[in-house]
Design a binder for this molecule. Structure first.
Ligand SMILES: *Cc1c(COP(=O)(O)O)cnc(C)c1O
Length: 231
């Protein structure tokens, strides 16, 4: 059976709405990022035709090829994967939002490149390494405050939220503590007034655990497999 992207999108939107209502939240406050990594431009076009407007890619090079085919304008492009410093300029040129800022060095470099490229404003999220797994990207909680202080001094980078990529668990309930922890951090930082948008997005939840994420306050879910099929 070929993958029916339109009907998958419909189902994902319904899951979001159902979960939001169950949690007593307004479904319209939850943003869907369709994670199109590994999938071809033709699949992205189908999703655009089904009113999908935001796409997530995890590799700069791959995103560049797709964005050059589809164009910058029909959609918003979010970088959700680890950003190597030598790809920072390309990332500034290509993306609307970067979910994966994880070091003061990277933030500093992005700020400088924005200046050089004449980009007034770049929306960034800090990826937090809740698990403390050194193999995963994300800033360890112990170094988060330093990064946030640094971002506050950046004129062109707008800190708009936090992101976590928990280890994979087959049981979606197992990711709940990660989402709860990130939310507590977000609440504390929001009270300190560090977010450019005031509230601070929570970019949490993927295909198999978006319901749990929405219960725990997700404002952005990043969904790949449930829309585009397996990779
Ligand atoms: C691949 C990926 C997703 C989407 O995962 P699915 O399980 O396919 O929904 C979300 N976030 C990040 C950071 C990813 O790399």
């Amino acid at each position: 059976m070929p993958v029916d992207i339109r009907s998958n999108l419909h189902q994902v939107r319904r899951r979001i709405t159902t979960a939001a209502k169950r949690a007593g939240r307004d479904p319209s406050e939850i943003i869907l990022v369709a994670v199109s990594k590994t999938h071809p431009p033709a699949s992205i076009r189908k999703a655009i035709d089904a009113n999908c407007t935001i796409f997530g890619e995890n590799k700069v090079q791959e995103a560049e090829e797709k964005i050059s085919e589809i164009g910058r304008d029909p959609a918003q492009w979010h970088l959700i994967g680890h950003l190597q410093k030598n790809k920072a300029r390309k990332a500034v040129q290509l993306f609307d939002v970067i979910h994966s800022v994880d070091s003061p060095e990277l933030a500093h470099r992005l700020e400088r490149i924005c200046e050089e490229e004449g980009r007034e404003r770049l929306s960034v999220f800090v990826q937090v390494d809740i698990a403390g797994e050194t193999t995963k990207s994300g800033v360890p909680e112990t170094q988060l405050q330093l990064l946030v202080e640094m971002l506050k001094r950046c004129e062109r980078l707008n800190l708009d939220g936090l992101m976590v990529l928990p280890p994979y668990f087959a049981d979606p309930e197992a990711t709940r503590p990660y989402f709860q922890r990130l939310r507590a951090i977000r609440d504390r930082l929001a009270a300190e007034g560090v977010f450019a948008n005031g509230f601070g997005h929570l970019s949490v939840g993927m295909s198999h655990d978006l319901e749990v994420a929405i219960e725990e306050g997700a404002t952005i879910v990043r969904v790949g497999t449930a829309i585009f099929g397996s990779r």
